[in-house]
Design a protein around this ligand. Structure first.
Ligand code: XMP
Length: 593
């Protein structure tokens, strides 16, 4: 069932061939004022023939591999102008009769673009501008009717164009910031090549969305589960404004797995509408279901199922039995699309937003999703317009299963062991190596991770050379030397969750006070069962920079701040050591479980 769309007909369709950049392309197009959508790569050409333009995204496959994503070749002659980016260019070349070959060593990083021939795509773009490349395969021979528009010192076909001026391909990524005039190139494609008109501005959208909510609700009332995250808070606030407090009700489920002060934080946001907002204390239920559990996936499963049960009970027993009520959700645009690059995001979100009870309501036309056309940045823009506090809108992402997946457990006691490279900690964490997830040990190097030491590079090299290790940490400080630490048998308990909650609160307070939190994308704090009797646990700091969580870089922290955090954490009850995660993603994941 389609949820309501609060947006114009798209002028641009981005075809997703599995790259992590497809949403970035669509967002950049919207930033230029043109409404765009993302679709899996293979809709029949006729379905998107009314668009002004089509952009084929980059992707990780090779065009000549069996089963790799493709497009309906009819799109090249069905009307819209087409731009192929990276894999998209290769696909266009191959489908139109050109040749694509495996590159010898590929090209990753920055290059200078030499413009070869005048074209609408590069109008106003200076020669020798920096572009960002990330490809192994490359076009080797052009299809009929095409010519080279630009090259780099290592890529002869950095850009190509058809003589009719409707088909273009670029090997580099115009959507990333490292391509210096990427915005001009995309803008040329939209306005000069496709003839798009500006029809999109996320500012001042609130009144329009509110009107649509009133239409969708008819005379009915709306019930919401509010998580404290940006999306559900903005969506519920829109409903409150659209329908008034009499016709909108929000419920926050306190799982006991939230950060310190979270319940109060959410309550405070809705203090003006206290009668429309309720907190359901479900801590005992969740902690009871998790008692004694160690395995990360088991934790996720239990939390997911418990949440579904709480949600369905609330739906069954409360308002939703009555036809006079519908359910509101904070689902945003990327979560509504099944596409190669966003499979994981979809899986993470769907178990809460698409449980059977909710699917039944969708089929009955009893769901309203006011943000289903918007990207996160656009949701923040709407939130600002609604006057929601920056403290909420600029929050870091926080995983649904909460602190439970940041509180590591161990099935048996084990000592640390020394190797030539450092100390092997008998703690297993999740990583991504190749296409699959790995579950391996952590190497600790006994050096202070000051920014000058630049240990991240050393960590990458260590992981590449050592087998059985997918993560490297540095030691910030400890009550005993690493040699005196061991992993003890542990499971998830209220005591350890409390310890983690206090540690996380200290890190957040100091990181916010110093402004460091605004320089990172996410900052997980993890509790590991490494210590000694009396102080059985250690804390790991994991600040990362990222665009969308698919890849991430471990970032260095100013030494003064790190020392202050380390000292305060070591004064906490039960904490024996403090470590700093130096691992990029890949090979490590952002979270440890
Ligand atoms: P990883 O650890 O896979 O995380 O690098 C990528 C992003 O996803 C978040 N994450 C989750 N979010 N439920 C969620 O709602 C989960 O089970 C979950 N696991 C990871 C993580 O915080 C990061 O932003």
């Amino acid at each position: 069932m389609d949820t309501l769309h609060y947006a114009p007909e798209p002028q641009i369709t981005v075809l997703d061939t599995g790259g992590q950049y497809c949403h970035l392309i669509a967002r950049k197009v919207r930033d230029l004022g043109v409404y765009s959508e993302v679709r899996p790569s293979e809709p029949p050409a006729a379905q998107i023939a009314s668009r002004k333009g089509i952009i084929i995204s980059g992707g990780p496959n090779s065009v000549y591999e069996e089963g790799s994503p493709t497009v309906d070749a009819g799109i090249f002659s069905s009307g819209p102008a087409v731009l192929g980016v990276c894999y998209g260019q290769q696909l266009m070349a191959r489908l139109l009769g050109g040749v694509v070959e495996k590159g010898e060593k590929g090209e990753f990083g920055l290059a200078l673009l030499d413009l070869e021939a005048p074209s609408l795509l590069f109008e106003g773009v200076a020669n020798h501008r920096q572009v960002w490349m990330s490809h192994r395969d490359a076009v080797r021979a052009l299809p009929d009717g095409f010519r080279i528009l630009a090259r780099t010192s290592t890529c002869a076909f950095a850009a190509m164009g058809h003589r009719d001026g409707r088909l273009y391909g670029v090997q580099f990524h115009p959507e990333v910031v490292h391509t210096h005039q990427g915005k001009e190139i995309l803008s040329n494609f939209l306005f000069r090549v496709c003839g798009c008109r500006k029809d999109w501005n996320p500012k001042h959208r609130a009144p329009l969305i509110e009107e649509k909510i009133r239409d969708a609700a008819g005379g009915r009332k709306v019930f919401f589960f509010v998580s404290g995250g940006v999306d559900s808070t903005v969506a519920f606030t829109l409903c409150l404004r659209a329908l008034g407090p009499e016709r909108a009700r929000g419920m926050y489920v306190d799982t006991g797995l939230m950060r310190e002060g979270e319940t109060e934080f959410v309550r405070d946001i809705f203090r003006g509408d206290a009668a429309s907002f309720a907190v359901l204390d479900a801590q005992e239920r969740f902690l009871g279901a998790l008692a004694g559990v160690r395995d990360p996936e088991e934790k996720r499963r239990i939390i997911g199922e418990e949440f579904v049960r709480v949600q369905e009970e609330a739906l069954e027993s409360g308002h939703l039995r009555d036809e006079g009520w519908i359910l509101g959700q904070g689902t945003i645009y990327p979560d509504t699309i099944e596409s190669g690059g966003t499979v994981k995001a979809a899986v993470i979100k769907t178990h809460h937003n698409r449980v059977p009870g909710i699917l039944r309501l969708m089929q009955a036309g009893r769901i309203v999703e006011p943000l289903s056309s918007l990207y996160k940045d656009e949701v923040r823009e709407v939130g600002r317009e609604l006057g929601l506090p920056a403290e909420l809108l600029d929050r870091h992402p926080f995983p649904g299963p909460g602190l439970a997946v940041r509180c590591l457990c161990a099935a048996s006691a084990e000592p640390v062991s020394q190797t030539a490279e450092g100390w092997l900690l008998p703690v297993r964490s999740v990583g991504v190596q190749g296409d699959s997830r790995s579950y391996a040990r952590v190497l600790c190097i006994d050096r202070f991770p000051s920014p000058e030491a630049n240990l991240q590079q050393a960590a990458t090299e260590l992981i590449n050379t050592l087998s059985g290790v997918n993560r490297v940490v540095a030691r910030v400080g400890g009550k005993v030397p690493i040699s005196g630490m061991q992993v003890a048998e542990t499971s998830l308990s209220a005591e350890r969750l409390g310890r983690l909650r206090r540690a996380d609160a200290i890190v957040r307070r100091l990181s916010q006070k110093s402004g460091f939190d605004r320089t990172v994308w996410q900052f997980p704090v993890i509790l590991i069962p490494l210590g000694r009797p009396g102080t059985p646990d250690s804390v790991v700091l994991r600040p990362v920079d990222s665009v969308d969580g698919m890849t991430a870089q471990s970032v260095a922290m100013p030494e003064v701040l790190l020392s202050a955090i380390g000292e305060e954490l070591l004064r906490l009850e039960g904490i024996c050591g403090v470590f700093y995660d130096l691992t990029h993603k890949p090979p490590g994941t952002i979270e440890w479980e």
